[in-house]
Design a protein around this ligand. Sequence first.
Ligand code: DGT
Ligand code: CA
Ligand code: CA
Length: 572
Amino acid sequence: MVNQQVAQKFYKTADLLEILGENPFRVRAYRNAARTIESLGRDLSEMVAQGEDLTKLPGIGKDLAEKIKEIIATGSFSKLRELEEKVPPGLVELLKVEGLGPKRIKTLYDTLGITSLEELREAAAKGEISKLPGFGKKLEQTILKGVVLAKKEGRRFRWAYAEAFAVELVRFLKKARGLKEIEVAGSYRRKKETVGDLDILVTAREPAQIIDHFVTFPDIKTVISKGQTRSTVILSSDIQVDLRAVEEESYGSALHYFTGSKAHNIAIRSIALKAGLKINEYGVFKGEKRIAGRSEDEIFSAVGLPFIEPELRENRGEIEAAMEGRLPRLITLEDIKGDLHCHTKWSDGKHTVSEMAEAASSLGYSYIAITDHSRRLAMIKGLDDEKLLEQAREIKEVRARFPDIHILHGIEVDILEDGSLDLSDEALSRLDIVVAAIHSKFKLSKEKQTERLLRAIDNPRVNIIAHPTGRLIGERDGYDLDMERVMEHAKARGCILELNAQPSRLDLNDVHLKLAKEMGIKVSIATDSHNKDNLLFMRFGINQARRGWLERQDVVNCLPVEGLKKLLKSQS
Ligand code: DGT
Ligand code: CA
Ligand code: CA
């Protein structure tokens, strides 16, 4: 841990020195030292603590040894801090761009004042870079592509975010003359929680016409490439879109190939090979003869398999299941009968109980659980015993006005640091449903955090654990938990685990959901709505549930209301 940190600081120092055009020997000394440290079998902080002589390490002199000590003591060192003051932070990122070394970065900075990837992209797009001495048109193109890759590196978009662009693009492309079929393939079609880029496939009378139309999409920031049958662009949101036009006779194969995942494709290919077939994005071939390619159904049946839903195509057992005729019948939005986690104005929600009930009713639900926060979350007016009683009176009154929908009175009760709950058993026992969740002390040790959750699961009043891991996609990892123990405990106690459908949460994730299903743990797919529009997040939960192999019978809010009430009662 410390070694990596020290090495990183040295690498960064070398980069900055190089951008500033300083002595190449100094630059090399830092890189060599970084490499030595990376491959060191021992912990530097220990060596320092034991007073060992660091200069015995190859490439580490007196000066660098002092700096290592400084990094261990303070997290950085003064020379680096000095350099960081001198060099704009965006310049270091430019090093990731193919075709750009520190010298060229210095030129770009000195002449065009470029200090970030975005400024570099703009300058390249305007053709300013090719005018600089020693750069040229070809290098400009390389840089443009390099910027895209550098920006993309590690950058992924939440599925729900990408969806808005995918839908818009498909609508736009459908206006092109001669378009026949269109599908957004890739991770998007597999409904992965995050999407790296969008892969669109079309068939068309005149592919070039579609490509011409595609590059006029108003939201495009950069056209990376444009050929007869394919084009790549970057949208203003930085999402990359690859468009490919394919022959109709290959559409099914291309769709299968570009839907992926890569791991699934490779597994399917090896099945084909065993059967003496060749499979690629153009078709399934026996010798020279194409025996399938028009549709995905054709592709699967050519290799002796039933159709496998895109959400399952991760090579996580779907091929074996398909061979053995035990593919799941994946849950759909229509299977959902209600929502079991919703907030109102009683805590931090935007709408009243009656407004939420009405919205749920208009979705055709037969029940909704009102689960506001408990008192511990004082900033957002969490409910105490007394408030809960008041809320019960209001719910009773709303029930009379909405006879079509069952309103369950519940709570999202806080799990305190020791695993006890924020409200008395007596208060909880008056409720129809209790959802328990962690909202504080995210940084407890794995042992403590796990024990905390196990204790909450132990409480017979608790029906459901909400967003069990606490992760926020792209923002925050989940709490440090032993999920295996949590799930075993949930199984033993008959506790339901939530699949929170908020696009930023999707918690549990696909892998945990599949595990839950295999263990026989029931799942509640719930929106955690804070306003009535949020009720529509249910479909994101369904996407994730399908990736987790869930079927109707695995999900408690597919039960009719009597069945649900019976289940809840059986838990306590
Ligand atoms: P992403 O974009 O990172 O969220 O993930 P995908 O799955 O959309 O991956 P992408 O866009 O790189 O490629 C789309 C699909 O094309 C991928 O799911 C499978 C297929 N594919 C790409 N490269 C290969 C490959 O090297 N071998 C095979 N068999 N398939 C590939
Ligand atoms: Ca993709
Ligand atoms: Ca792609």
